[in-house]
Design a protein around this ligand. Sequence first.
Ligand SMILES: Nc1ncnc2c1ncn2[C@@H]1O[C@H](COP(=O)(O)OP(=O)(O)O)[C@@H](O)[C@H]1O
Ligand SMILES: [Mg+2]
Length: 623
Amino acid sequence: MSAQPETPPRRPIRELPDELVSQIAAGEVIERPASVVRELVDNALDAGARQVTVRLLAGGTRLVSVEDDGAGIAPGELAIALKRHATSKIASLSDLEAVGTMGFRGEALAAIASVSELSLLSRVEGEATAFLLEARTGELRPAARAVGTTVEVKELFFSTPARRKFLKTDATELAHCIEAVRRHALAWPQAGFAIWHEGKLVEQWRPTPARATRIADVLGKDFIDQSVAVDAQAGPLRVTGHAGLPDAARSRADQQFAYVNGRYVRDKVIGHAVRSAYEDVLHGQRQPVYVLAIDIDPAQVDVNVHPTKVEVRFRDGRAVHQAVRHAVENALATPRAGQGTGQGPFAAAADPWAQDTRPGPGGFAPPQVPDAAAPPRWSQPSIHFAAREDLPGQPVSDLGLLWQPGVAPAAPGAPRPGLSAPLPDGDWPLGRALAQLQGVYILAENAQGLVVVDMHAAHERIVYEKLKAQAGDDATQAIASQPLLIPATFAATPQEIATAESSAQALQLLGLDIAPLSARTLAVRAVPTTLAQGDAVELARSVLAELAQHDASTVIQRARNELLATMACHGAVRANRRLTLDEMNALLRQMEQTERSDQCNHGRPTWRQLSLRELDALFLRGR
Ligand SMILES: Nc1ncnc2c1ncn2[C@@H]1O[C@H](COP(=O)(O)OP(=O)(O)O)[C@@H](O)[C@H]1O
Ligand SMILES: [Mg+2]
């Protein structure tokens, strides 16, 4: 039985009444009280406000009021401001193409007024009084107010109960409202912001010329302490802000703020660019934190692609992607070790010696810069590392790669690591090695106190960066390879043999020569020079396993770094290998000169600082 589709009755075409059009528009733009906050604060900032005060009742559902000290609206224009598509911000298509204000669509006030009780109170310079306009009644009357504007929005969605039902608890709506102001506040440090809820001040950010100060005020001082400044120019494009250290990453993406010409955006191009900048230092599901402002010629970006303008379209998305990625990558690449700053929970908030005025008796004196003529202190370590003969591990010469001449980019004027020149204090952010602990950690002494280094993690990063540098940027350059005197053979699975054959070229680019010797045997004939000391068979097996998961033709482009990381892991010094002090010092020096050396290839920290102050605290010393 098939029912005939029923032809709907023909209805006449009619123009929708203005009010309904606005309500439909409101459906797109005004989702909840926070959307009202966003639109009204946009307007305040567009009007040049230097102080913006937001007052809320019941999470904004009963009242959102935004008060500013901007230019105001002339009495004769108050009614026009509430009309659909009425705006003072653009007048022509060419204006639209180069729009520099937050607003330009002229629909926010009309949309909000269609789903609430809205009033506009405003005064412009030169008028003796302010004027108040009630949207519902159209009544206009004089009122008292300084120059500026107050927009009051009461009983949001009172006439559209279906929408009202979608609102969450007052506490949740309040949180969204605060978030909306935060987004503005981070981009507009010169303006002051205050948020009141139910008569109580819940947030206040004072005007400041420095964005870093504002970021610290809004997101906490930790955010600044645990981030690096980003400032890069790429042609007409500028990227500034702060990118969180890998250590500061979070499980949720709740501290990622991106701005295009001062407008908060959630943009895929920017998001992806930042993500890829962290690729190398942040693994797994961790979410980086950042506040990044992209300033670009307004003509290069279309902001009119989304009703709430939270999405934008770049004329040259590739250029933006590259600029953002490089800006963040470069900022993150500089090892903090090389800057002499500590990191993580043990890091002192400030260099303890910089302002330490601990008085004489009982306190430590700051370490003296050793006299150049004096014997190098580190050649006579006061602590002897446990020379446990029963420790497994290869002879120390396996670490020869640590000081292959010319491999490490030596800092100008820096003494060669591993030589018995005195180490002046302060020149070595990671200090001088004292001992090895349990075959896992290197203990070192610097001006701040004790440095603890995860030997394997640190070395892994150094080897990885070295391999990447050898492989170059274009992914067609082969890594320097060294033939083995005696090829290493191993019994291989059919899968391994198939991969070795089909990926011969990829292997060659990776500095490996692996060829079948028989139907069941593979021979490793050459390995990367940098990894020459490692276990060739283990290396070959893990690389083959990884290659098998990829399509050989794309592997070099997309998975190269992963492969190099795997290789680095095999090449890096193993736990339980005994190092001499020279070797430890060499490792520390290499860390200082290696990009991204604060994290291992898996995003974990490679070193920690335990300051003297923290040691003192542990022993209840002083204070
Ligand atoms: N706080 C304010 N201060 C000064 N003028 C305002 C303010 N809010 C709104 N206006 C005026 O009302 C107009 C309409 O606002 P709106 O509907 O948000 O559209 P848009 O911001 O897209 O222009 C604005 O163009 C502006 O001229
Ligand atoms: Mg607006």
